[in-house]
Structure formats: C-alpha cells, structure tokens
Design a protein around this ligand. Structure first.
Ligand SMILES: [Fe+2]
Ligand SMILES: [Fe+2]
Ligand SMILES: [Fe+2]
Length: 324
C-alpha cells in the first residue's frame, strides 16, 4: 500500500464528513414536520440551519485542498465505515424514533469531528482543527438538546395510543432493546481490527460482558411480561426492519472509524433505553422503567469510555497508515 500523508487522510475524512452532513441535512429537512412536539420542532429547524452551514464549510475546505465532495451516488459506498449514515435514510415514523435516531446521528457526527480534530492537530493543520472544533461543538449541543426533550418525544409518540396499549408499547421497546443488544454483541466482537488499539480492545471487552447481561435482563423481563424477543416483526424502533445487515456489511474499515461508530451505537442504545424507561413509566411498569434506566446509564458510560480511546486510536492510525 502506498504511504499516504496525514494531510491525505484528513482530506479523506473531510470527504466522509461531507457525505455525513449531506445525509444529516436530508434528515433535518424532514424532521421539523414530524417532531410531534413544538420544542423538538424548533430544535430540529435550528439544527437544519446549522447543518446547511456545516455542509458548506466542509465543502469549502475540500475545495481549498483541491478536492471535491464525493460524487458516488450510493450512500453506502460513499461513507465506508460510517454505517450510521444509513440511519438518516430510515425515515423514522414516530417522534420517538426520530429523536432516538437523531440523537445517535449527532453522536456519530460528533465522533467524526472529534477524530478529525485529533488528526488535524497531529498534522499541525490549524484551520481544520478550528473547523472540526466549531462544528463538533454544535453537534454535541444538538445531542444535548435532544436529550433534554425525551419526555416531549415520548408524549408525542404515545399521544395516539389508548392507555390500554401502553403495555404493548413497552413490549415493543423491550424487543427492540433485545435486538439492539444483539447488534451490539456483533459490533463488540470485532476484535481483530482492534489489535492495534489495545485501549479500545479492552473497552470493548468490558462492555461485551455488560452487553450479554443486558440482553439476558431484557429477555428475562420479556418473559415476565409473557412475551419473547421479536423474531420477525419489527419493533418500535424498527431495528428489526433495518436488520443492520447492510450496516454491518459496512464494517468500519479502521479502528478509528470503529471507535467513532461504537460511540454512536452506544448513544443509540442509550436513547432507546430513555424511550423505554419513559414509556414503561407512563404504562405504570416501574420494574421495566427501573431496568431501562439502569442499563441506559451503562450505555452512556460505555460511550464515554469509547470516546476516551480516541487519542490512542488516532495515534495508531498515524503510526500505521502514515508511518509518522
Ligand atoms: Fe453537522
Ligand atoms: Fe448534526
Ligand atoms: Fe451497549
């Protein structure tokens, strides 16, 4: 493989960031109309404006570097390794799903810019450092704003449901949680790619044990409620429908992307448990609510731990790929 410079790597990551923003924009164009909650609607509309600026700023930086935004039509082909991008196309059909998807997508964007910033720092590229810092801060703020509105999202999603149906909604969310934990297991077993970043490998190993326990607890709760994991039907978040199959075919191609992607995936799980906890609470199911809060906290902690490996991941990339 020809040696590439760190600057070339940065240009590649900027191209990915541009595709990520294009998909974000497609999602943010639709989001305000289906927010189901006035405050969420306002938040999405505000971020639509920010996202337009992100797309333009990243494109301008690509031009400065004599590069062009990727013209590949196929989104999957464009953003190799950033599988979460496919989420932007899912077209979530309830305010709750939309909020969870948007929350995890913002985490993916945040990861992409945090990793880009670290690369640019190592290359001494101040302009890209500034760009990544500025946009990353807006992605983080957007994720935080969504997290302040889980109640609004749940209420909007449940508005149409009869009180008797709330129990069924809890089961749907539990089934989704079960499916998500299954996907998490696949992700966390991505061992070989982690070899060059031992910090990340050990975070994955630790969370793998937790994840098995999460799935067991969710399974147990489903049987207590007289139900089982969904085999065929899609649950409330439709991870079943997505099947994450395509998604995992696009296995992140570097430990750096794997570290970014895992961060977003943990955020997806955290968001799903926030919805489950609140739905269970409204259904008067305190036991499920408590379980969801407890697991959700572990997902958030796992996301934080993953993000603590980003320096090591970028260092490994700089060493291996660039020979720096
Ligand atoms: Fe953005
Ligand atoms: Fe964003
Ligand atoms: Fe997890």
């Amino acid at each position: 493989m020809p040696a590439t410079t760190l600057e070339d790597q940065i240009t590649k990551y900027l191209t990915d960031a541009h595709s990520i923003e294009e998909q974000a924009l497609a999602q943010m164009e639709r989001a305000p109309a289906m927010a189901g909650d006035p405050e969420l609607g306002r938040i999405y509309a505000q971020h639509r404006t920010e996202t337009r600026e992100h797309e333009q700023d990243v494109r301008a930086e690509l031009h400065r570097r004599g590069a062009e935004p990727s013209t590949v039509k196929d989104v999957a082909g464009k953003v190799g390794g950033w599988g979460m991008v496919l989420f932007a196309r899912l077209n979530p059909d309830t305010p709750g799903k939309l909020a969870v998807h948007a929350y995890s997508y913002e985490h993916m964007e945040l990861a992409a810019y945090e990793l880009l910033r670290r690369m640019a720092q190592r290359a001494g590229d101040e302009r890209v450092v500034e760009l990544a810092q500025r946009i990353g801060a807006q992605e983080r703020a957007m994720a935080d704003r969504i997290a302040e509105r889980w109640d609004g999202a749940v209420d909007a999603s449940l508005r149409e449901k009869a009180p008797d149906d709330l129990g069924k909604e809890v089961v749907k969310y539990l089934r989704d949680a079960h499916a998500l934990e299954g996907q998490a297991l696949q992700l966390l077993e991505a061992g070989p790619k982690l070899a060059e970043v031992p910090e990340l490998a050990s975070v994955f190993e630790e969370h793998l044990t937790q994840t098995r326990e999460h799935q067991r607890l969710v399974d147990e709760r489903l049987s207590q409620l007289g139900s089982g994991p969904a085999r065929f039907q899609a649950g409330a978040l439709r991870v079943g429908a997505l099947n994450l199959g395509t998604f995992f075919k696009l296995q992140p191609d570097t430990p750096v992307k794997l570290a970014g992607f895992a961060f977003a995936f943990e955020a997806l799980e955290a968001g799903a448990y926030e919805m489950l906890a609140r739905t269970a609470d409204r259904a008067g199911d305190a036991q499920t609510a408590e379980l969801a809060l407890r697991i959700g906290a572990e997902e958030r902690a796992a996301a934080e731990k993953v993000s603590s490996t980003w320096d090591a991941a970028v260092d490994a990339m700089a060493r291996e790929r660039v020979g720096a």
